[in-house]
Ligand binder design. Structure first.
Ligand code: FES
Length: 136
């Protein structure tokens, strides 16, 4: 991907995501359908998913950008308490156990979190004046 294209796909700065901390919401166009999505950090890696429970078409976060349970171990669906592995998106408890979140192809590059597939179309910034898609 060329640098300008990379900048258009920038979700946020890497430093904005702390392990098991607040995630970053954004929207992505996948095949002409715009859907809510998010990225979080768990350990030293970032992970991106469509923001939709595997159980029902509901967003997961219990407050904007808050995806982890209180222990910071699992991603939590705030509606019916399904728990998801942050590394794989697999549901390990709750009404959708055995299903999984839909992963997104995200990567860290030069201090930024970049969406590699799908088109970044919008954002819902919560804690930063920095807006996804800003030139870097
Ligand atoms: S909507 Fe997510 S567990 Fe029910």
């Amino acid at each position: 991907m060329r640098p300008a294209a990379l900048a258009r796909q920038r979700i946020c700065a890497s430093v904005e995501l702390e392990s098991s901390g607040r995630g970053r919401r954004f929207e992505v166009d996948i095949g002409g359908r715009v859907v809510a999505a998010f990225v979080v950090r768990y350990g030293d890696r970032v992970y991106g998913y469509i923001n939709q429970c595997a159980h029902m078409e509901l967003e997961l976060d219990w407050n904007p950008g808050m995806f982890f349970d209180t222990d910071g171990r699992y991603l939590l669906c705030s509606t019916h308490d399904a728990l998801y592995e942050p590394c794989s998106g697999a549901c390990v408890a709750g009404p959708c156990a055995g299903d999984a979140l839909t992963p997104l192809d995200v990567v860290e590059r030069d201090g930024d979190v970049i969406l590699r597939r799908g088109r970044l179309v919008g954002s819902a910034p919560e804690s930063s004046a920095d807006t996804p898609g800003d030139e870097v």
